[in-house]
Ligand binder design. Structure first.
Ligand code: HEM
Length: 88
């Protein structure tokens, strides 16, 4: 994955609901580490983020078929890095 691509994908497709790592639809389900540890299916990992991005969950749309696998892997790595480093 490529973090520059990941940030671009995030800004273009995710920030509408997740500006600054927040969640404008379900406010408690932020993209911060503590929330991901609590709410993500599975562990706090790039793989678990990838699964949610591919399949969607609740009011979040699925991105398979709309983003390619390189874009999905890159945005998942970007979200993980931002959360793990408390960068948002
Ligand atoms: C949850 C990533 C786009 C709405 C999440 C979570 C991640 C994530 C990692 C888990 C957060 C948690 O459980 O604390 C992304 C990425 C996106 C994206 C990388 C772009 C590819 C969107 C968009 C919307 C949205 C555009 C609104 C239309 C939601 C909602 C949840 C959520 C409602 C909570 C789902 C639930 O647990 O019921 N998102 N998201 N997401 N996202 Fe997104």
């Amino acid at each position: 994955g490529d973090l520059t691509l990941g940030q671009q994908v995030f800004d273009n497709n995710c920030a509408a609901c997740h500006m600054g790592g927040q969640n404008s639809v379900q406010p408690e389900k932020t993209l911060q580490k503590a929330a991901l540890e609590q709410y993500l299916e599975g562990d706090f990992s790039v793989a678990s983020i990838t699964t949610q991005v591919e399949n969607g969950k609740g009011a979040m749309p699925a991105w398979s078929g709309r983003l390619d696998s390189d874009e999905i892997n890159s945005v998942a790595e970007y979200v993980f890095k931002q959360a793990n480093g408390n960068l948002w």
